[in-house]
Design a protein around this ligand. Structure first.
Ligand code: 3H9
Length: 686
């Protein structure tokens, strides 16, 4: 009856199969025939029951996100669910893969839900800056209880079929051919006879709601939302499901959805959804086979990288220079997994299995069977070149040779082997087993199939990959340097670390630059600066005093008794004033606006230069880097997206002002930023 939907009769059970690859999103071309099918089957007396199933890899994964922001064509999802609830004969959703967002809401319109044992069910709208707008916030609590619904909807995290069964969200879990099971289930239910109660009329889950506990949980979640509107709206909507009659709660959900879908935050989060997928798209089809990975260096970075691969299912050979260093590295890995076991995110058995995937060695010859080798040794060109020289002798032909350098010139590193086509940068972020971002650095001579292989591999190990070009610091660290360059100057002119950090956290960052420096260790930047002949008067002095940040209990802030809470230190403020006096700088009041203009605007300006130079292929790639690697607030969509919200013309004007006033290069406006201010697009001309 449509290219995207078919109806089959299995005796007196009708099976509607939605077939809208890749994820069966509820696009208009699905909703229209689905509505017709439901009305037709409802009125067909020869049909005893209806099953809604999906073709391909998944049940409906949600509304079609590409339709948001445009006028919604009718019928919308709410009308479909309403129609479903007018059907007197049993309706059954047969869920395999993922029933997400509007997909789960469609299933909640059915009387019953059956699932494949591997299925996952959830309402992830919050991750798009939305709330479930097809009745999810009002129907889900009726089945699983308000508290569980609140947690599912505010986190957006899906649950597995077994948990969903236990919670009352699904009625049966099957292994094997799901449609056959669903048809038998529907037939049996129809045989037993009704009446069948739609979810809207069930309040089993709501009876025992502890409203005070729900409110306390919602308040906690709102605090953690750090300015995001969607989690707060989700919590309010679940509360409405408890306190308001069904139709009133549904109308309130609708009103909140309409408000959110038009908000900048949701636009930003939808932008990021597509940006992440776009960043990982690569035209080369050929890929190399990766069965085993080698990691050189078992320090914090190497150990984390090794864990990332093992967690993604790849056995790892971990190489160190001495048995002691190797044992230390392996012991840290063991300890990290034990923490996961203690937290309940990993079973003892899974820990054992993961540890069995590590093979330690101190002999380069043991890397001979690795298909990818990642070096994570000391950040020094001579050391890196020596490692690549050794790999030349042992790596098998076609093995991909990767460096985890965060700054160095990979084209130069590649000159130390006779196979530069196999050399690529894999810039992991610390802790590498946790952080999502992976900058994949394409060097001048990196072969297309080597690049395609690592992009694909990144996805397999759960990383968000962005392909970037070679320059000092690549995309992320180069822009970070531009953001940080004015921080010290602001201190000397009268701002305090606390004041600057506060501007950042008010903006939505998890922490400001000084808190971040203290967390990462101030000695790292100090070492880098020394190697490059650079100075930062305050940070260098703190390091000379042994104040490396959290690890020494003192840095820009004090951390009493191993606490992670930064406490302003009068000694640091006195030091700043003393250094300012030495330089003859009189302190003045610095506004939050000035802090933003002198830190975030240069960040965007540098992003524009990076685009101009072709180091990043798209502005959205830069956004993906900053959101996933540096904590740029998701509700602002990344620096390049935010530039548009803030107004590129304003940014240009203020950069010009600061350039005129200070003469500093960091404020020199990039031509592409100027063009963006005129055309509203980051696309380069031509
Ligand atoms: C919603 O439902 C609102 C309702 O409450 C209210 C309505 C009134 N729409 O991720 P993948 C594309 S909001 C359009 O690489 P995987 C995606 O862009 C929605 N397109 O696959 C990609 O395209 P391309 C709530 C979508 O196997 C391709 O499909 N639902 C949608 O790694 C493959 O995607 C969600 O938020 C969509 N809804 O993961 C679920 N979903 O090939 C969002 C995907 O051109 N989706 N595409 O790059 C997901 O989480 C993952 O796609 C999924 C599969 C887990 C399903």
């Amino acid at each position: 009856m449509s290219d995207f939907l078919r109806i089959n009769l299995d005796g007196d059970v009708a099976v509607i199969t939605i077939d809208n690859p890749p994820v069966n999103a509820l696009s208009f071309h699905v909703r229209e025939p689905l509505m017709q099918a439901l009305v037709g089957l409802r009125d067909d007396a020869s049909v005893a029951a209806i099953v809604i199933a999906c073709a391909g890899r998944t049940f409906v994964a949600g509304a079609d996100i590409t339709e948001f922001g445009k006028p919604m064509q009718q019928p919308d999802l709410r009308a479909i669910v309403e129609t479903l609830e007018t059907i007197a004969k049993p309706t059954v959703a047969a869920i395999h893969g993922t029933a997400l967002g509007g997909g789960l809401e469609l299933a909640l319109g059915c009387h019953f839900r059956v699932a494949d044992a591997g299925a996952k069910l959830g309402l992830p709208e919050v991750k798009l800056g939305l709330l479930p707008g097809g009745g999810g916030t009002v129907r889900l609590p009726r089945l699983v209880g308000a508290m569980k619904a609140l947690k599912m909807i505010v986190s957006g995290a899906p649950i597995g079929a077994a948990e969903a069964h236990g919670a009352g969200l699904v009625d049966a879990v099957f292994e094997g051919d799901l449609t056959t099971h669903a048809v038998n289930f529907a037939r049996e239910i129809a045989r037993k006879g009704g009446p069948f109660t739609p979810v809207r009329d069930r309040d089993d889950g709501l009876k025992e709601t502890d409203l005070a506990a729900l409110d306390a949980e919602a308040a906690d979640l709102a605090r953690k939302a750090r300015g995001l509107e969607a989690p707060v709206a989700c919590a309010l909507s679940v509360r409405n499901a408890v306190t308001l009659p069904f139709d009133a709660a549904l109308a309130a959900e609708r009103a909140l959805f309409v408000k959110l879908v038009g908000s900048d935050q949701s636009r930003a989060q939808r932008h990021l959804f597509f940006a992440e997928r776009e960043a990982a798209r690569i035209s080369a089809k050929d890929k190399r086979r990766i069965a085993r990975v080698g990691v050189i260096g078992a320090g914090t970075m190497g150990g984390g990288i090794a864990m990332a691969f093992v967690n993604g299912g790849y056995p790892v050979t971990l190489l160190e220079t001495s048995r002691e260093a190797l044992q230390r590295g392996l012991a840290t890995i063991d300890k990290n997994y034990s923490v996961s076991v203690t937290r309940g995110s990993l079973s003892e058995d899974a820990k054992r299995q993961r540890l069995a995937q590590f093979k330690g060695s101190t002999d380069y010859a043991d890397l001979a069977d690795c298909d990818l080798i990642v070096e994570a040794v000391f950040e020094d060109m001579a050391v890196k070149k020596e490692v690549f020289g050794k790999l030349e002798a042992v790596a098998k032909p076609g093995a991909i040779l990767a460096t985890n350098t965060s700054y160095l010139d990979i084209n130069e590193i590649a000159t130390s082997t006779s196979r530069p086509q196999d050399v690529v940068g894999l810039h992991f972020f610390s802790p590498a087993n946790v952080m999502k971002l992976l900058e994949i650095v394409r060097a001048q001579r990196t072969a297309p199939d080597a690049l395609a292989t690592v992009v694909d591999l990144a996805r397999r190990i759960g990383k968000v990959a962005v392909v970037v070009g070679v320059c000092h610091g690549f995309v992320g660290n180069r822009m970070l340097a531009a953001r940080g360059s004015e921080s010290e100057a602001l201190l000397l002119e009268g701002a305090t670390p606390r004041q600057i950090d506060q501007v950042f956290t008010d903006f939505g960052w998890p922490m400001g630059p000084f808190q971040m420096g203290d967390l990462a260790g101030l000695d790292i930047g100090w070492r880098n600066r020394k190697a490059r002949g650079l100075t930062a008067v305050i940070a260098d002095t703190l390091c000379e005093q042994g104040r490396f940040g959290q690890k020494t209990g003192k840095g820009f802030y004090l951390y009493d008794n191993g606490s992670r809470t930064p406490v302003p230190d009068p000694k640091v403020e006195a030091l700043i004033r003393a250094k300012a006096d030495e330089k003859g700088i009189a302190p003045r009041a610095i506004s939050a606006e000035e802090i933003t203009e002198r830190t975030l605007y240069p960040l965007i300006n540098e992003g524009a230069k990076i685009l101009e130079e072709g180091i990043a292929a798209r502005a959205s790639d830069i956004d993906v880097v900053w959101v996933n690697g540096y904590g740029f607030p998701v509700g602002k969509g990344g620096p390049m997206f935010w530039a548009d919200l803030e107004g590129a013309a304003r940014i240009v004007e203020r950069l010009e002002y600061w350039h005129q006033r200070t003469g500093k290069d960091v404020f020199r406006v990039a031509p592409l930023l100027r063009r963006m201010a005129e055309t509203g697009s980051w696309e380069a001309e031509g």
